[in-house]
Design a protein around this ligand. Structure first.
Ligand code: COA
Length: 626
């Protein structure tokens, strides 16, 4: 049954119908799974996996039983994969949020003349947030439509309605995504962090919403209060940077005291956090700005001036380093881009109203949140600080602008820019490691009701053939063979993309089969304990396209200790890459990866120039790019 996506809001009649996420045919998923791993594991292991998969898929077997249960679930729920996916991707994960989970959006560097300038920027930003929130509350945001592959389909807007009213509550085994009712009066405040102190800014005073100049005046008072060292509170924000189980345990200790309980309750219900950062003292480049967004530079810098559980957290640094760092579970980067681009355009397009509007008279002094500590809690804070510091030291980040060409060149070759970039990432990885590995590329499934993402497994056999042609077999193969292999790789990647965005990806389906087996108390089927399945879910290369139309970029950390996180932003004449890895791994180096990527992109361009004949057989190319 299709679902009406939007309840018509009061006075408006916009609504449209979105289909449910489909359950792919079992055989199709199992075949695709075997194809996706065959070239990544040893022959002996592949044969073992193949027989496990065949047994699972045989008529009347476990696979069919579970498939039937999933189909039933898809009839009885709005979205059969949503909860499985949310738990698996986020809520069950125990690693610390900074670097490991929270992505960041880095705004253009601001040139603040003085401290007051940065506060004006923050006040203007908050005004923009309130404007945007109004659009959300009145369901007035324009509906998004898909672009690129299979363009023109309406997309699910649900994620927008979770930007400001959600909170990730730590749990001992599983976190909870708390969702407040949109427009709830409990949510009429924001939290401002300054010098590791947390202040409450009530947005409605005497039934009047604060104007921009009121917001500025409250921010100024908060800064003053934060400077008062006598009243300074311990840096409790650090606790949110810890592993999820550790933070949940600490939170259980904190809430025994009513002062802490009250402070936590206020933070957990806020609209967003605004972090007013002191200058970090670091040289301000793309990489250092990205680092400051991802982890704040640790407890000695801005790492404690954060509350990582809150999905929308804005950073305004006195030195012009600004952006957002987000708890990822309620929304994807694409929705974050739409929101932050609105804010950036608001900031540049609508002049600050400071000094023009009438203010709310007699604003109450801002409230500083208080914390009760004990020697035990002090010890926990110290431990959190040390763990954050280890993460900070370990992160190896490189933000790189590839300026030789951009997506327009790729389009001229009649190739999908996204597929092309994915192939170049595989080439870079192969160059660095002499093998391909299980790769994750997020594919939006917002064409479906409450759709989030599935995975495009980009390490295809066709790409392996291509990267070998560009490396091991470089001298023995002709250019025409190489370009043929490039086209095969691009077409395979494009077709995988189309499968994933139309709900035919295999990762969500396999996850659903696995989880439903546990729901019906079945012993875990061998297909999911098999070493191949386990390894194929270790995404050594975790990639994502996050394009922007305003000057800013997204970044995130690797998802495994020996992996890379690679977020890219294709622009008309250049490609921006944010690459992360961990110094602790001897197998990775962000700088080496970037160098290999650079070289590969140039070689791919040269190869394309040797032949201008498109050889596309990808479905989308046939349909719209003849
Ligand atoms: N010839 C010429 N042009 C082509 C082409 C071809 N063969 N194939 C595609 N193009 C064009 C498209 O029309 C599009 O044009 P536009 O720039 O005018 O819109 C452009 O190239 C980009 O298309 P493509 O590179 O194929 O990618 P896409 O936009 O379809 O994106 C995904 C592919 C997988 C990234 C996208 O579907 C998706 O899922 N995005 C969400 C990712 C996400 O969730 N990220 C955040 C995670 S937190």
């Amino acid at each position: 049954m299709p679902i009406v996506e939007r309840e018509p809001p009061k006075g408006r009649r916009e609504s449209y119908v979105l289909p449910k996420v489909p359950v792919p045919p079992l055989k199709q998923t199992l075949d695709m799974y075997l194809t996706s791993i065959k070239h990544l594991v040893k022959e002996e292991q592949y044969q073992k996996t193949k027989s496990i998969v065949e047994k699972f898929g045989e008529p009347g077997g476990t696979g069919e039983l579970l498939q039937e249960k999933l189909l039933e679930k898809s009839i009885n729920t709005h979205n059969w994969v949503y909860d499985y996916w949310l738990d698996d991707m986020y809520l069950n994960q125990r690693l610390a949020l900074p670097v490991n989970s929270n992505p960041a959006m880095v705004f253009p560097k601001q040139d603040f003349r003085d401290h007051k300038d940065s506060l004006k920027f923050a006040a203007h930003l908050i005004t923009g947030v309130l404007e945007y929130k109004k659009h959300i509350d009145t369901r007035a945001l324009p509906v998004d439509f898909s672009r690129g592959q299979l363009a023109g389909t309406p997309l699910c807007m649900k994620q927008y309605y979770r930007l400001f009213n959600t909170y990730r509550l730590p749990g001992l085994k599983r976190d909870t995504l708390v969702i407040h009712e949109t427009g709830s009066t409990e949510q009429e405040h924001i939290i401002v962090a300054c010098k590791n102190q947390f202040f409450v800014m009530d947005l409605v005073v005497k039934e009047k919403t604060l104007k921009e100049m009121d917001i500025l005046s409250q921010l100024e008072k908060m800064v003053k209060m934060a400077e008062n060292t006598e009243e300074r509170q311990p840096p409790f924000g650090l606790l949110t940077s810890d592993g999820r189980t550790e933070w949940a345990q600490t939170r259980d200790v904190l809430i025994k005291d009513s002062v802490n309980r009250e402070s936590l309750a206020v933070i957990e219900k806020c609209l967003c956090v605004v972090c007013l950062d002191d200058p970090s003292g670091m040289e301000v480049g793309d990489t250092s700005r990205a680092l400051l967004m991802l982890h704040g530079g640790g407890h000695e810098k801005m790492g404690a001036n954060r509350w990582y559980d809150k999905p929308m957290q804005f950073v305004v640094g006195e030195d012009g380093v600004c952006g957002t760092v987000c708890e990822h579970s309620p929304f994807e980067g694409i929705v974050l881009v739409a929101c932050t681009e609105y804010l950036m355009k608001f900031m540049t397009g609508s002049p600050s109203k400071i000094g023009r509007a009438t203010s709310v008279s007699e604003l109450p002094a801002p409230r500083r949140l208080l914390w009760k500590t004990t020697p035990h809690i002090q010890g926990l804070l110290k431990a959190s600080a040390e763990r954050l510091q280890r993460l900070v030291r370990d992160l190896d980040m490189d933000v790189h602008k590839f300026e030789v060409y951009g997506k327009e060149f790729i389009k001229k070759q009649k190739m999908s820019p996204d597929a092309y970039i994915q192939v170049s990432l595989q080439l870079a990885f192969y160059r660095c490691n002499g093998r391909l590995v299980s790769t994750y590329e997020s594919a939006s499934i917002r064409r479906f009701h409450e759709g989030r993402v599935d995975n495009i497994r980009s390490a295809t056999p066709e790409t392996l053939a291509f990267v070998k042609a560009m490396t091991d077999e470089k001298t023995s193969l002709s250019d025409s063979e190489k370009i043929k292999r490039l086209w095969d790789a691009i077409n395979a990647q494009t077709n995988s993309t189309i499968a994933a965005i139309t709900g035919m990806g295999i990762d969500n389906h396999l996850l659903g089969l696995r989880e439903i087996s546990q729901e019906i108390h079945m012993e875990m089927p061998e297909i999911f304990t098999d070493e191949t399945y386990v390894a194929s879910n270790q995404f050594i290369l975790s990639t994502s396209q996050v394009p922007t139309t305003v000057e800013m970029f997204c970044c995130y950390g690797p998802v495994v200790p020996n992996g890379y996180g690679c977020c890219y932003n294709p622009q008309a004449d250049h490609l921006l890459f944010s690459v992360t890895s961990f110094h602790g791994s001897t197998e990775t180096s962000s700088a080496v990866f970037i160098k290999a990527l650079d070289e590969g992109l140039v070689e791919m361009r040269d190869l394309c120039k040797t032949s201008n004949k498109p050889q596309s057989n990808a479905r989308m190319n046939l349909l719209t790019h003849k």
